[in-house]
Design a protein around this ligand. Structure first.
Ligand SMILES: Nc1nc2c(ncn2[C@@H]2O[C@H](COP(=O)(O)OP(=O)(O)OP(=O)(O)O)[C@@H](O)[C@H]2O)c(=O)[nH]1
Ligand SMILES: [Mg+2]
Length: 386
């Protein structure tokens, strides 16, 4: 295995935590209702630099991911494992949530995760559906598949009807959760059964056209990351452009499969259009853990090294692992949030000049997509001439 880590961003390199265990330091503290903590960092230059590394959602406000479901269904566990790197078995000790907890995530797009308490009473006057469902985002309803889910589906039905009446543009998602330990066939059957029952009930109230996606998930494997990737992708306006760029890169560089990942959460933003197989996704996702773990162990040394050679450092981190299958697993940093992880044929990997050149073009193109959005935002926010 060859491992290289070189770091470009001064502010980020002096803070190994940015890439290490505490991914959202300063930006993802759990806060209670009606507060929004913007991204960490105070000086405007730094904020400008960070924002040009971000993608944008379709609304002006940060989109919301609303996690709903009965008590103990696993909402807080999902939020902790994916966005705060909690080990899955530590979720056993999580306390029940009593208030809506809003978690602001500053990442490739800024968004908020709202973790609701299990038993929400829609008829309670404190529950303001208009403001909760009114903004852009996704309603993710968690069904505990290890429990009797009859009550949960009843609640899901009420939630969907209520949310749809307030905001039909929300994305509606159902996680059939805690499917760890179940056979693949059973997972599929179970998800299909739940889907059928939900759709039948919606048809009874005339909502048969409501589009809902169903995913079997568990915090003990990659499925929760994959499902959340798909949900978050719906909120990225630039997704078709990113997919096109990945297709062009793969076609010209001997890449079998490529994923554009948000490094901190391991959620993938885009992939090329070749079919996704779970194995390639899992191995690419594991590669991020390898790089992040090694970085957190060795980053102090790499910082010292960089300081002594300041001005001469390369501007990206990269790492590769040769696999027995004749493929090379290749990680390459794009900016402080994003990395490309791909499976490259070994013979093409040896022609590194081509790969490096194509990667540079890809990176420039991504940067242009990000900057274009920034300049559009800047020009639309200028006051009209008097
Ligand atoms: N087996 C298994 N257990 C899970 C999974 N996800 C969560 N759990 C467990 O489910 C229990 C409840 O998890 P929480 O995240 O607290 O549930 P919650 O929906 O936030 O509950 P409330 O806050 O009371 O509404 C914990 O013991 C978790 O360890 C999973 O994917 N598989
Ligand atoms: Mg909870």
């Amino acid at each position: 295995m060859s491992y290289y880590y070189e770091d470009e961003d001064e502010d980020y390199s002096t803070n190994p935590d940015t890439y290490g265990g505490n991914m959202y330091a300063g930006s993802g503290d759990i806060i209670e209702e009606d507060e929004y903590s913007p991204t960490g960092g105070s000086d405007s230059e730094q904020l400008g630099k960070r924002s040009s590394n971000k993608l944008t959602s379709s609304g002006s406000k940060p989109p919301r991911l609303l996690l709903m479901g009965l008590r103990r269904s696993g909402k807080s566990s999902i939020q902790r494992v994916v966005f705060h790197k909690m080990a899955p078995n530590e979720t056993l000790f999580l306390e029940s949530t009593s208030k809506v907890m809003k978690d602001s995530i500053a990442s490739f797009i800024d968004f908020q995760v709202w973790d609701f308490p299990g038993q929400i009473d829609f008829f309670d006057t404190a529950f303001d559906s208009d403001s909760i469902f009114g903004e852009v985002g996704a309603l993710v309803y968690i069904v505990d598949a290890q429990d009797d889910y009859t009550d949960s589906l009843g609640k899901l039905h009420d939630t969907l009807v209520r949310a749809y009446s307030v905001n039909p543009d929300l994305f509606f998602e159902v996680f059939v959760h805690k499917v760890d330990g179940l056979s693949d066939d059973y997972k599929v059957d179970l998800t299909r059964d739940i889907q059928q029952r939900v759709m039948d009930e919606l048809a009874d109230v005339g909502l048969e056209n409501l589009v809902i996606s169903f995913y079997p998930t568990s915090i003990y494997d990659h499925s929760i990351f994959e499902a959340l990737s798909k949900v978050l992708q719906k909120m990225i306006r630039q997704l078709p452009t990113l997919e096109n760029l990945l297709n062009v890169l793969c076609a010209n560089s001997g890449i079998e499969k490529a994923y554009l990942f948000d490094v901190a959460s391991k959620v993938y933003l885009a992939t090329d259009s070749s079919p996704i197989d779970m194995q390639s996704y899992e191995i690419c996702s594991d590669m991020i853990d390898v790089v992040v773990d090694l970085t957190s162990i060795y980053s102090q040394a790499s910082i010292t090294e960089q300081q002594s050679t300041s001005g001469m450092m390369a501007n990206d981190a990269h790492s590769s692992i040769k696999l027995n299958s004749g493929l090379v697993l290749y990680f390459r940093e794009i900016n402080q949030f994003l990395a490309l992880v791909c499976l490259v044929r070994q013979e093409t990997f040896e022609k590194r000049g081509l790969l490096d050149h194509n990667f540079q073009c890809f990176k420039d193109a991504i940067q242009q997509v990000l900057e274009l959005r920034q300049s559009t935002l800047a020009s639309t926010s200028k006051p009209p001439p008097s």
